[in-house]
Ligand binder design. Structure first.
Ligand code: BES
Ligand code: ZN
Ligand code: ZN
Length: 469
């Protein structure tokens, strides 16, 4: 979709179907009416200010309804939206959200589909009328850049497991990095053996293809400040291993590298935006497969940290691969580590499909991530990571167990966080993004990967960039 701006309202007649926004508190919460062939009326019920959250869903809903009507070209008047609907935040903010969410709503995963004879019915052109200041136009440009990375992240995550092995993931990340200013380095099995990454190697053992350790780096500042390290789970398919998943639970497990995809594309976004920040994304990638070579329940793996992992369940593999990545992160002496992972089904039990679960030993950091979640649209909710939960990771024959010996049904998401905490030094936040792995009803996004939490990570890195200036 092309998003243009135009400050000459007299040319509105030639700019496609006009979308008109009205505040109509007597009618239903939301309606869209085809008045005449060239006007679409969008009505919003009450007088309460359009919050960021409602603004985001409104923008997406309108785009998706336009696409359902197979309209290729539309125009809107920005003052109609922010004035008539009473937007309760700055125009710069609104324009960034507008650009991000129109592009996100326009996305569909079509790589494996044949184009229908009458076309896809995508919205090709959106003209936004208004007299925009330089910062406002810039907000649109930035919003579009971010959304393009969010959508590229969704494409990568949506790729079926058969076409997304660790090697292919590495190749795709290298390809996507071209022209961004970020660099990619990939470690193979030999190098991982030299580094003694027994945890990743253990998880990847059952697969035909060897695991990979993908390192994406962007140096946006010449200052020698400590970098930020992002760590993303890169399991290209999670069968559960010998602790095999039931069929229904396995279906979406090609998306188990969503965290890895998100951290890579967040780095590409800030690289394209030239944010003055030094950031490294680490993606431990393996396939959790079933074969005669697979690691077994009861195996004890020696991680890169030297600590041994008591594998009580081979389906809790994400935390195992992350253990080595978190250990590897130490060499950068980072000012902050954020890991992003589709770590636990329990997070969906706790939060449903609406929020990422956030955990950190530092409440201020967790609150900061939750605030950025609110600002970006990648909503988060904090769970505790208290030392009172430490028993959950007590090992039997190894130092640390990957699931609790007893009561494994309790606080599964916190258990995942407590395990990771054993491998971290310094400021750290854990984002269990399993609830936001795929879009849900009410998101007004295409089925499949939701692209979380790329927007949140970008905002965090932008905030860090402001500190370096
Ligand atoms: N990748 C899954 C978690 C998951 C489930 C993500 C559903 C997205 C949607 C993870 O590797 C896993 O299987 N976790 C286990 C942990 C358990 C064995 C402690 C789980 O959640 O059941
Ligand atoms: Zn698993
Ligand atoms: Zn998994």
């Amino acid at each position: 979709m092309k998003l243009h701006t135009n400050n000459n309202l007299s040319s509105i007649v030639s700019s496609g179907t006009r979308v008109v926004f009205v505040s109509n508190h007597d009618r239903c919460e939301y309606y869209m009416k085809d008045d005449a062939s060239s006007v679409l009326q969008v009505g919003i019920k009450d007088k309460t200010p359009l919050t960021r959250r409602r603004f985001i869903t409104l923008v997406r809903r309108v785009v998706r309804e336009i696409q359902a009507r197979k309209i290729a070209s539309v125009c809107m008047v920005f003052d109609d939206i922010v004035g008539v609907l009473d937007v309760g935040f700055s125009h710069v903010d609104a324009l960034r959200l507008f650009a991000e969410n129109t592009h996100m709503a326009g996305y569909e995963y079509r790589v494996y589909k044949e184009k229908p004879k009458d076309g896809w019915g995508t919205l090709e052109e959106l003209t936004l009328f208004g007299d925009f200041r330089v910062e406002e136009k810039q907000a649109l440009v930035v919003g579009e850049m971010v959304a393009r990375e969010v959508n590229a992240c969704r494409d990568l995550a949506n790729t079926p497991g058969g076409d997304m092995t660790p090697q292919l993931l590495a190749r795709e990340i290298i390809r996507a990095s071209k022209g961004t200013g970020a660099t990619v380095k990939v470690l193979g099995k030999k190098e991982m053996e030299t580094l003694k990454m027994g945890a990743i190697l253990g998880v990847g053992r059952g697969a035909k293809e060897e695991p990979k350790f993908i390192i994406v780096e962007y140096r946006g500042t010449k200052k020698r400040a400590a970098p930020i390290v992002l760590v993303g789970k890169g399991i290209t398919f999670d069968t559960g291993g010998l602790s095999l998943k039931p069929a229904d639970y396995m279906l979406d497990m090609h998306l188990d590298m969503s965290g890895g995809s998100a951290v890579a594309h967040a780095v590409f976004a800030v690289a394209r935006m030239k944010v003055p920040v030094h950031v490294i994304a680490l993606i431990p990638s393996a396939e959790n497969a079933v074969s005669g070579e697979s690691y077994r329940p009861g195996d004890v793996l020696r991680s890169m940290s030297g600590k041994t992992i008591d594998v009580l369940n081979t389906d809790a593999e994400g935390r195992i691969v992350l253990a080595d990545a978190l250990t590897y992160a130490k060499r950068y002496k980072p000012s902050l580590i954020i890991d992003v992972a589709t770590l636990t089904g329990a997070s969906l039990v706790a939060l449903g499909t609406k929020a990422n679960a956030v955990m950190s030993p530092d409440d201020t950091l967790a609150s900061r991530v939750c605030r950025l979640g609110e600002e970006s649209g990648d909503y988060c909710w904090q769970l505790p990571l208290w030392e009172e939960y430490k028993d959950m990771v007590k090992g039997r024959h190894g130092d640390i167990a990957n699931i609790p010996i007893k009561n494994s049904r309790e606080a599964g998401t916190i258990g995942g966080g407590m395990f990771l905490a054993e491998f971290v030094e310094g400021p750290w936040v854990h984002i269990d993004m399993a609830p936001r792995m795929v879009s849900c009803a009410g998101d007004f996004l295409a089925e499949g990967a939701a692209g979380a939490p790329v927007r949140l990570l970008v905002r965090l890195l932008e905030e860090e960039g402001k500190k370096t200036l």
